[in-house]
Design a protein around this ligand. Structure first.
Ligand code: ZN
Length: 228
């Protein structure tokens, strides 16, 4: 077993950088407290998302990966058509940005708060370029009050039609490792409908898939190395 692992490490080291990056490029990638992205990972297809934003959002955070960016624009347009407005608060964040945020929050609040709400660098979905925090224009802050808005009600009913899920649901803290974050939507593509239908978190979905030996080989490529 040890020899096998050593061989795997050698193979990984020999892979060109592009192929290694490809390991993390699935839109189903699982990033959480057990599955971290490497410091060097940065998606190579980040694209500006053409929606409204809260004031002061830096340009770098108005980006998602190409596929997710276009899907969010479609979702945004569909909401507007029904008279519901949202604003983007934070999309892509690099490892180093997350590092700054984590340390800053740790200074401002407590370790208990930080561990429930703020991901450590490498463990944030925002580094994948597949997640966007949203709010409403009148209250452009990331608080659970967002769950009381029409915008949130619309997202719970329709986000999956555009490939997005509410990544940290109210009842999911034990599985996801994070408290309820109604504002954090994550692009997963077509699987969003299945996830919504089943009520499963992304962690539960992976656990079920990994349970079948057939899926195991495929799933390994979706999981960052060093995952548990
Ligand atoms: Zn978020």
């Amino acid at each position: 077993m040890r020899r096998f692992l050593a061989a795997l490490l050698i193979v990984a080291a020999l892979l060109p950088a592009a192929a290694q990056a490809g390991l993390y490029d699935s839109t189903m990638i699982l990033v959480n407290k057990q599955n971290a992205l490497p410091k060097s990972y940065e998606p190579d297809d980040l694209s500006y998302v053409d929606i409204a934003y809260a004031e002061g959002v830096p340009a770098t955070r108005k980006q998602l990966r190409e596929e997710a960016a276009r899907a969010l624009e479609r979702l945004y347009a569909a909401m507007l058509e029904e008279g519901i407005e949202i604003v983007g608060v934070s999309g892509y964040r690099s490892y180093s940005t997350q590092s700054l945020i984590y340390n800053q929050r740790l200074e401002e609040t407590s370790l208990d708060y930080v561990s429930r709400y703020v991901a450590k660098p490498g463990q944030s979905e925002h580094q994948t370029g597949l997640a966007m925090d949203v709010a409403i224009p009148d209250w452009p802050f990331l608080t659970t009050d967002f769950a009381l808005t029409d915008a949130y009600a619309w997202l719970t009913a329709h986000a999956h039609e555009y490939g997005f899920i509410i990544r940290y649901p109210e009842t999911g803290e034990e599985e996801t490792g994070y408290a309820f974050e109604p504002w954090h939507i994550r692009y997963v593509g077509d699987t969003a409908a299945e996830l919504r239908e089943s009520g499963m978190t992304l962690e539960a979905w992976y656990r079920r898939r990994l349970g079948g030996s057939h899926a195991r080989r495929e799933a390994r490529f979706l999981l960052p190395t060093g995952s548990k």
